[in-house]
Design a protein around this ligand. Structure first.
Ligand code: PLP
Length: 391
């Protein structure tokens, strides 16, 4: 017996971008001391106060089935926070709580695409984008940006790629590039969405990590609210990656259908996790800054170190928890470089190729080590790249 073609074609059994990560984990489990700067996970665990509220919620009985769309208080908190930030009227009926942003990405694509429809996304991209699109039975269409244009798509690129697509997935602040889409890019995205009648799926899971520029959600642009679905999560903003707590936000008619999907797939998110989410969101901006600020500090450390290595090109990240280092002067691909770095220096970073074509010849370095250790490791990476550099 064979699995369905739909599920078999999710990865096509091929390269899924995580090879280096698995190799590093294998080395660690066989006793090698590897410094990991490969995944997007904080170097701290979830705050003990959040865990305490989770524990108390469980002990107070929130261990049964929770409401499938999410606890109303949490949906309202997410809605209010969004309305306050964007000025766009948002109620709990615009929100479904999901097990993490990834589940919301899947639900969003399920909600707007039929089997065989084409769905666009922007390269470089977060590793699961093409596979999420394939998971829902749609055909992926990537829009390749360039480092020269700061990895932001142009109107022409967007327009020509989406004439026959039904949706466009964007991510700002961006993983892996750290770019925050500027006003002109957001305008192009919205203009093209209206011109080509697209759904915009806006992945905003890094929206509390802005170091330069301003985060603009396409949902807040005129005539965009009814065609935009926003993906959010507490994973990055509150160091709650393992709690699996996120949301999809959009027009009520779509959220109602996403609730039907959840009824038949996840059957909601555990109540004690949602109560911890309520507690986390109630801590406000100060708490979010406590979680996000170390990344900005390390970003500055990285940029200072890069001043000593003029042959290593980079675009200063404006948001999120990564630095993309251009290693093209070594003449190597990001993948070969990452393998060599892991073998020689026992440092794991993600090859740019894991995130598509546009980021080839780059590596993504996570800002996820205590400052001193990060500084020392980042300098070692730069030295290693610089010594291999043929320029
Ligand atoms: N979107 C982006 C751009 C990400 O980088 C990630 C995780 O790394 C996710 C979505 C998924 O986050 P989660 O499912 O933990 O909320």
């Amino acid at each position: 017996m064979k699995p369905s073609n739909r599920i078999a074609s999710i990865t096509n059994g091929g390269f899924d971008g995580w090879e280096i990560f698995y190799k590093a984990r294998q080395m660690i489990s066989s006793g090698t001391d590897v410094t990991e700067l490969s995944i997007g996970e904080h170097d701290i665990g979830t705050d003990p106060a959040i865990l305490k509220s989770m524990n108390e919620a469980a002990l107070n009985g929130h261990t049964g089935y929770a409401l499938v769309p999410g606890i109303e208080e949490l949906r309202s908190l997410v809605a209010n926070k969004t309305e306050k930030k964007t000025g766009i009227r948002t109620t709990l009926e615009n929100v479904i709580i999901t097990p993490g942003g990834q589940s919301a990405l899947f639900a969003a694509h399920m909600a707007v695409l039929d089997q065989g429809d084409t769905a666009a996304y922007i390269d470089p991209f977060y590793a699961t984008y093409p596979t999420t699109i394939r998971s829902v039975g749609a055909i992926e269409r990537k829009i390749i940006t360039s480092a020269e244009n700061y990895f932001q798509p142009t109107f022409e690129q967007l327009d020509s790629a989406t004439k026959k697509t039904k949706s466009l997935l964007i991510n700002s602040p961006n993983n892996p590039t750290g770019m925050v889409y500027n006003e002109a890019t957001i305008k192009s995205i919205c203009d093209v969405a209206k011109k080509n009648d697209l759904w915009i799926i806006s992945d905003e899971v890094y929206d509390t990590q802005i170091w330069a520029g301003k985060h603009i959600s396409p949902r807040e642009i005129e005539n965009m609210t009814e065609r935009t679905l926003v993906v959010g999560s507490l994973s990055k903003s509150h160091a709650m990656t393992g709690s699996r707590l996120g949301w999809l936000l959009g027009p009520k008619e779509v959220i109602d259908k996403a609730i039907d999907l959840a009824t038949n797939m996840t059957y909601g998110v555990p109540g004690f996790i949602q109560h911890a989410g309520i507690f986390a969101l109630e801590q406000g901006k100060k708490f979010e800054e406590k979680i996000s600020w170390p990344f900005n500090r390390r970003r500055k450390l990285a940029l200072d170190i890069l001043n000593d290595f003029p042959n290593l090109e980079h675009i200063p990240p404006q948001g999120a928890m990564y630095v993309m280092l251009n290693i093209r002067t070594t003449g190597m691909s990001g993948t070969s470089f990452a393998h060599k770095l892991l073998d020689a220096e026992k440092i794991a970073v993600m090859p740019g190729e894991s995130f598509g074509e546009a980021a080839s010849g780059h590596v993504r370095i996570s800002l996820t080590l205590a400052d001193k250790k990060f500084e020392e490791t980042f300098r070692r990476i730069c030295k290693f790249a610089s010594n291999l550099s043929v320029l």
